[in-house]
Write a protein that binds this ligand. Structure first.
Ligand code: CO
Length: 136
């Protein structure tokens, strides 16, 4: 059901400092920071030939990653995103298999403008999984 990994998201306390570490230390190519107020994060995209990493700093009062950073003040891996061809079919299959879809269970528009869902970390070995519907 799942396709390729779309991205791995890392929560960080300071996205500018993190981008400097990735750029200067690891020699990575980093995007300029982008504020995504509707998602409560400020993001830098780190692109490699076979992967994308998103460095995310909380933005605003009700950032969905604020609690994670309280528990992990140095930052840490927050979620892994897999691509799916049909997110509603994927959600139906997961619910039938006993997994929990977070929120009200309906896809929302994610940071890339595609429908996304998040799955309960307790159902996947402590790992928050995002599913993103990617056409083609
Ligand atoms: Co994501």
């Amino acid at each position: 059901m799942i396709g390729r990994i779309n991205h791995i998201a890392i929560a960080v306390p300071d996205v500018d400092a993190a981008a400097t570490q990735w750029r200067d230390g690891l020699g990575a190519t980093c995007s300029a920071p982008q504020d995504l107020p509707e998602h409560g994060v400020r993001i830098v995209f780190v692109s490699q030939p076979n992967s994308k990493v998103e460095l995310m700093e909380p933005l605003g009062e009700n950032s969905p990653i604020a609690g994670f950073l309280e528990r992990n003040p140095d930052g840490g891996m927050h979620h892994i995103c897999y691509e799916v061809a049909d997110i509603k079919a994927a959600a139906d299959h997961l619910v039938r298999s006993g997994a929990r879809v977070l929120g009200d269970g309906t896809p929302k528009t994610g940071a890339h403008g595609n429908p996304v869902l998040f799955l309960h970390p307790k159902d996947f070995c402590g790992t928050l999984i995002e599913l993103e519907e990617v056409a083609g």
